[in-house]
Ligand binder design. Sequence first.
Ligand code: ZN
Length: 113
Amino acid sequence: MNGHGACEPEPTAHHGHCDWTDERPNAPAARLPDLPDGTHLALAPYEWYPRVGVRGQAELHLWLVDAQPLNTELAWVRGHGLECSWDSSDCDLPWCREILVTIRALHRAAGGA
Ligand SMILES: [Zn+2]
């Protein structure tokens, strides 16, 4: 709270004075935190989506390879499952999983808030 919390959505105002929503079609994509290759992402079910509009159903662990912002809340993340690091795994792909992850979760993985 910054003492300026009296900003309510107004149904009749299409262009309010408040920037409480950021759903313009051309909203700039968020900046992602700097995550090195191999960052371990431990994601709760509400922090990832197998594809747009479909929520994850279970906790997911992923080794991050690459991340690209989709919008201000979600990013496409490519990586490997934990089992890919096992000796018995023969996964030699650059990446084998692609999911949507909340940018908030990426910041947490980066050691931020
Ligand atoms: Zn893999």
